[in-house]
Ligand binder design. Structure first.
Ligand SMILES: CC(C)(COP(=O)(O)OP(=O)(O)OC[C@H]1O[C@@H](n2cnc3c(N)ncnc32)[C@H](O)[C@@H]1OP(=O)(O)O)[C@@H](O)C(=O)NCCC(=O)NCCS
Length: 161
């Protein structure tokens, strides 16, 4: 496990980042609409909206990824890190690589944005991930509901004064 290094993704990694995120989508049964060009634009373009860390094995294969972005919370009075994606390859699971990735996300966010907490979403039926996050120290939020405005409803908001 020590031969796996965690490092920030660089522009040449766009396809590798997307492949790893695609495997997470497949594991979750999610649609994966992101193309390599989207990763290049939104992670490595002039105004990046997310960052990525990769876990790379000695043979160069990618065995983990974390994607994350900063946001400000008035409740905490500080910046938080929203982890949008966390994935460890099946053959590498159960050896603390997920925890190492989160620790590296924390270090990156503390250094880059003085971030003071981490937030993420997990599917209710993803029991293994829920147990993993709770073991790391995450606490479930019971008083909020994740809500999404998308598609025609998102477009329609543009017409409202
Ligand atoms: C959730 C995930 C990132 C954890 O990464 P990891 O490297 O396995 O994490 P760790 O080794 O630090 O911790 C593993 C813990 O999860 C459990 N676990 C989950 N999946 C496991 C697997 N396939 N094999 C072994 N243990 C697994 C273990 O019980 C272990 O808990 P323990 O240390 O108390 O015994 C990883 O299992 C994964 O990528 N899962 C599929 C994608 C996913 O669910 N991502 C999260 C989306 S919100």
């Amino acid at each position: 496990m020590d031969d796996i290094c965690i490092r920030p993704a660089v522009p040449d990694d766009a396809a590798a980042v997307n492949r790893a995120l695609g495997q997470l989508s497949a594991d979750m049964g999610d649609v994966h609409a992101a193309h390599d060009a989207d990763i290049a634009r939104f992670c490595f373009g002039p105004s990046p909206v997310f960052r990525a860390l990769l876990a790379e094995a000695a043979d160069g294969s990618i065995v983990g990824v974390a994607a994350f972005s900063p946001f400000f919370s008035t409740v905490y009075g500080s910046v938080g890190i929203y982890v949008s994606d966390l994935w460890v390859a099946e053959q590498a699971r159960g050896r603390k690589l997920g925890q190492r990735l989160l620790s590296a996300v924390r270090a990156f966010g503390l250094d880059a944005w003085d971030a003071r907490f981490i937030r993420l979403n997990v599917y209710h039926d993803n029991q293994k991930a829920l147990a993993f996050y709770e073991r790391v120290g995450f606490e479930p939020t019971t008083d909020t509901q994740y809500m999404t405005l998308a598609g025609t409803a998102y477009d329609a908001l543009g017409d409202k004064p």
